[in-house]
Design a protein around this ligand. Sequence first.
Ligand SMILES: [Zn+2]
Ligand SMILES: [Zn+2]
Length: 184
Amino acid sequence: MVVTPIARYGEIHRHQTTDRGDERMAEQPTGRLTWDQYFMKVAHIVSERSTCLRAHIGAVIVRDRNILATGYNGSPSGLPHCTEVGCEIYTSTTPEGEVVENCVRTIHAEINSIAQAARNGSAIDGADVYITASPCINCLKVLINVGIHTIYYAKSYKLETIEPIVAQVTSLSLHNVVVPEGQK
Ligand SMILES: [Zn+2]
Ligand SMILES: [Zn+2]
């Protein structure tokens, strides 16, 4: 398990210890995205298809530099989208006593990417996921059980709620990846 602090562009690579580490750590020619930035950029584009008004999130599942599945926030197929009928908000209270609001109409991007993989018969055990925001605790639990090894996120979202779980899963690591301004 590795939890890296919020890192700026480039810093993430100091934490990489994968079997293709040397290549990943190499400086990229000027203006060329690293692989991590490339897949995160794809995740940002995927997020543009989101239909929940509360958040536009994209997720891309990758193994060996191949995109296996993508997903974004949206309603189940055939049901109205939040952009058409508004969000359906419910409030709940966390164990820490914080009152939080969520939209029950939408499926989160991470779960939709897993659903796409399932529908297409793509095995995602051992894959990585690139998400435009760090996963909520519910998505994190599912990502663990489908065998995701590394979670790359752009924006941090309630990291403090997932870090205690990440810390207990030896097969899982969490990294921040930021696509430089101007290359998004
Ligand atoms: Zn919504
Ligand atoms: Zn989620």
